[in-house]
Design a protein around this ligand. Sequence first.
Ligand code: THU
Length: 142
Amino acid sequence: MTELTGTEVEKLIRKAEEMLAFAYTPYSGFKVGAALLAADGTVYGGCNIENASFTPANCAERTAFFKAVSEGKRAFRAIAIVGGKNGIQTGECAPCGVCRQVMREFCDPDTFLVITKAGPDDYRVRTLKDYLPLSFGPENLL
Ligand code: THU
């Protein structure tokens, strides 16, 4: 596991919380914010973006990943995720299955860290492998 300091974790959570203000959620009202730490230290924010046709909705985590990858980043250390109905956090917001698979494309399951906020001044840090064991990834196609 690549270690992160408590300060680094708190900075990522704060950035993810700032992204809640940009979540576009007229249909579900469920707002999610993410902050993705690239290996070079850059942090990419993301929010969920919904759509009247529903299926094109994009999760906060994928927004952050696609922003980073579209700017040439391919190596990442961690992502912080926060969220809740109407932006009110009542517990951990775990990444959906599709986002886990997108993380798997670019991140080492053993070392990439997924940070969730569990309550005021309380967070959990798990590896991608915790969220997506026995996964299928790019090396399967080699
Ligand atoms: N959502 C995310 O942004 N990330 C997740 O990992 C869980 C779900 C969003 C998608 C949709 O806009 C809303 O939350 C309700 O599913």
